[in-house]
Ligand binder design. Sequence first.
Ligand code: NAD
Ligand code: MLT
Length: 528
Amino acid sequence: MAYRVLISDPLSEEGIKPLIEKENIEIVRNPGWDETALLENIDQFDALLVRSQTQVTRPLLEKAARLKIVGRAGVGVDNIDLDAATENGIIVVNAPNGNTNSAAEHTVAMIMALSRNIPQAYHALKQKQWDRKRFVGVELKQKTLGVVGLGRIGAEVAKRAKGQRMSVIAYDPFLTDEKADQLGIKRGTLEEVLRSGDFITVHTPLLKETKHLINAQAFELMKDGVQIVNCARGGIIDEDALYDAIVSGKVAGAALDVFEQEPFTEHKLLTLPEVVATPHLGASTVEAQEIVAIDVSHDVIRFLEGKAVRHPVNLPSIPSESMHQIEPYFYLAEKLGTFIIDLANEVIQDIRITYSGELSEMETGPVTRSAVKGILKRYLGSRVNDVNALFLADRKGLTVSESRTSAQKGFTNLITIEVTGPSGTRKVAGTLLNGLGARLVRVDEYRVDTTPEGHMVVIQHIDQPGVIGRMGSAFAQHDINIATMQVDRSGVGGNAIMLLTIDRHLEDEALAEIALLDEIKSVTAIDL
Ligand code: NAD
Ligand code: MLT
């Protein structure tokens, strides 16, 4: 199958080579579409690759009927409506590691530019002014750098600041004393960082919680003459408050790579000589652009080939070792999900999944998603997938719960799914057998052993002589070949079950006739 990939922001030619080299991928690069043209054309694409310019909005994602994946060549995904992507079953992947070094180096360059007035002096000299007095700077040595957000980039900036003989104090909700000690820095509260930094640099994502984190009150806490750096995201610093703080003299200078509205060319901040600015260049190095484009291209290819992606943003990320262990269970879980919803044959309210044996030790979240996908497919068709399965279950009012037990119950691994609807609870269990693959091993309380595939029929009946023969004849009358048949019962003359695999779908008419036979309590057709 040929996939169409739209690359709507400039990406490194070298970096997208993995995509170009794939014969089944057709790429449309930088068609220069504005928002309206993008909306008009997005439904022709299976994958969309962006940097930070393209706004991947809810209306765009809702129009993107074919779109399966959005790849962000970079870290920040604030230009992508993640909720809308999840709701529409579109996976978002990013390239979180490729530009860390470049962004950290750019931050250091901005700190140096600020401390020594390099851009201002350069500008004056270009205007033929040889002015040495105006551009006296300050040393970094023995100054304190306050870092807000000590993730990948913040930590790299801290290491480099140590190289400049600065003291570093950082605030990050996830920063431990151990990590701070390792880096040779101090851990502080946000207030401590704001109060003690001679230079303050922010490295958080832009979130509801970090929007205007550095506002007028934050500036109040800072030292007089503090210098501010933002190479993370516009909006973390309140630009109006920053302007006022510079004009009032509280802030001596600011170096900004990112802005609340980009492109950013008309703003009062740009009129201030104390402001050093670059047009979102933190990740703009040949190296970073190549790595992020390669990383994201590989993840897009992996996804289109049905493999697990490395850097999912709207799905929990699972280490590849754990993914390797659980991947074989996806198929089994999805089949069990579809089996049980056909068996229940009614709208259910509650799904409970139990993982037993070696599965109880594993990261089973993705297996649960596969099971829920198998169930919901019956209600929602192909629009349900791993990305939106739990979201859609929640929206349908279904509760999904997981439990685990180390008890092996005769199997080294066992997935049991129970669903409850108005008529009661139904149960199914399956296992992965070495060499035999997925096996269905329980239907309600009955033992069976078959591959969960193809056309199946579950018949609940009373255990009496002749039932099996009559059943065989009934199927023959409808010209349906029975491939396999298994029977189990609660006890002699009690409730019993027949599980048949048949060579074609059992039509409603035949099913209704078979259900009329004596001793038959129910007949359910299941197509996996
Ligand atoms: P990261 O996820 O590794 O680190 C972000 C850190 O911020 C995390 O440790 C997190 O715990 C912390 N954090 C979150 N909320 C916080 C809060 N309220 N207070 C303090 N800390 C908080 O991300 P990263 O790769 O280091 O990227 C950091 C930022 O830099 C992102 O906004 C990213 O988009 C941006 N970025 C910009 C450029 C550029 O071109 N200028 C390039 C790369 C990344
Ligand atoms: C990022 O978040 O990765 C950066 O802003 C870089 C970019 O958009 O190119």
